[in-house]
Design a protein around this ligand. Structure first.
Ligand code: MN
Length: 366
């Protein structure tokens, strides 16, 4: 479950990870082409993500540098924006006990993050609206939660196959808010708004939304592509993507790219495509490098996303996926355990036994 945008189209084809649901749509859209008085511009700035992907940062480089520095510090309480982290899994048992265990570790990781950062967690196991299942289930869920919680200003969706691997990182929601953004998605501006965008120009497995009328309306437009009564029309629209397999039913990620590209003026004003840090860090580029990252290293990937692994759906999880997830989980968990001077025996160790460490050293140090 989950969708990826690895560096190359080929890789994307290999690791396509959508759980696709029958759907459709009949919408009349007008394409508005416009230039953008952008605050997102491509600047060459050294960053962890640079080893993996191009970067864009805000126009004011000084502000960007300041922001990067501030992101790892707890903002003053008055500046902090509270948000609800929403995640979920299918309503039936996973295909294997390992899958269920991975889901539990993933859930624990989200609770850990929110215990540190003060977010609320909502973990859903049900279909909240008839016809919206699989990856589409999250949209009616988000819409209903937003309306039921008007005091919660922002919401974050995170797939169950993604975990936080930098527990100290504070999401710069206040900055997005100051920029007037209503939605933040990991992706690439120049790819999403290209003449022929691809469905892997962004990743819809992790995103943030402000709880406002714009977002409610946007979620409703997005959901139309997942509405089974619009299947034929949605399919036709989404088949315009070059590398997307034509036999697929409409998927939410392609629908998002389509929608953003279709209404450029509105999207460019309200949606921020984040590639300045790993809001979606593709696991294959990350899991073998944790040992090279020290405890306070600012290069820690914020999120490691195991798209393509389909932990819960498969009867047999690939050894790479399972081993990689264990490493990611232990890497994050060690950050928490360091508070009590403990760590896992190794990043791959599944044992419940922990070892004592000095609180000052990195969890990976002997
Ligand atoms: Mn995913």
């Amino acid at each position: 479950m989950g969708r990826c945008f690895p560096g190359s189209v080929l890789a994307a084809l290999i690791f396509t990870c959508s759980m696709l649901i029958p759907v459709s749509v009949l919408l009349t859209f007008t394409t508005i082409d416009s230039t953008w008085s952008s605050i997102e511009k491509r600047v060459s700035v050294p960053n962890v993500a640079a080893r993996l992907q191009p970067i864009h940062v805000i126009e004011d480089v000084q502000a960007a540098v300041k922001m990067a520095g501030n992101m790892r510090m707890q903002p003053e309480k008055s500046r902090r924006i509270e948000f609800m982290l929403v995640t979920g899994e299918r309503s039936v048992a996973c295909g294997s006990s390992e899958g269920s265990y991975v889901m539990m570790m993933s859930y624990k990781n989200k609770i850990d993050y929110c215990n540190i950062h003060g977010c609320k967690v909502w973990y859903a196991l049900e279909v909240w609206e008839n016809g919206f299942t699989g990856t589409w289930a999250r949209y009616p869920l988000l819409l209903k939660l937003m309306k039921a919680n008007p005091k919660i200003q922002w919401f974050m969706w995170m797939d169950s196959d993604a975990i936080f691997t930098d527990l100290n990182f504070t999401i710069p929601i206040r900055t997005y808010e100051d920029w007037g953004k209503k939605m933040v998605v990991p992706g690439y501006w120049e790819k999403v708004y290209a003449e022929n965008p691809d469905w892997i120009s962004l990743n819809a497995g992790i995103f943030l939304m402000k709880n406002c009328e714009w977002s409610h309306k946007f979620l409703r437009s997005w959901m139309r592509y997942g509405d089974p009564s619009n299947l034929a029309s949605s399919k036709m629209r989404l088949n315009s993507f070059l590398t997307r397999p034509k036999y697929w039913d409409p998927d939410d990620q392609s629908a998002l790219v389509y929608l953003l590209n279709l209404n450029k003026t509105d999207s460019q004003a309200n949606v921020y495509l984040e590639s300045g840090y790993d809001l979606h860090g593709y696991w294959k580029f990350i899991v073998d490098n944790y040992e090279n990252i020290t405890n306070n290293d600012k290069s820690r990937p914020f999120v490691t996303h195991f798209c393509g692994c389909n932990f819960c759906g498969r009867k047999k999880i690939s050894a790479d996926c399972y081993g990689g997830f264990r490493r990611a989980f232990n890497f994050a968990d060690n950050q928490l355990l360091s508070q009590v001077s403990l760590s896992h025996l190794s990043l791959s160790s599944p044992d419940p036994l922990l070892k004592a460490t000095s609180a000052k050293t990195s969890p990976e140090s002997p």
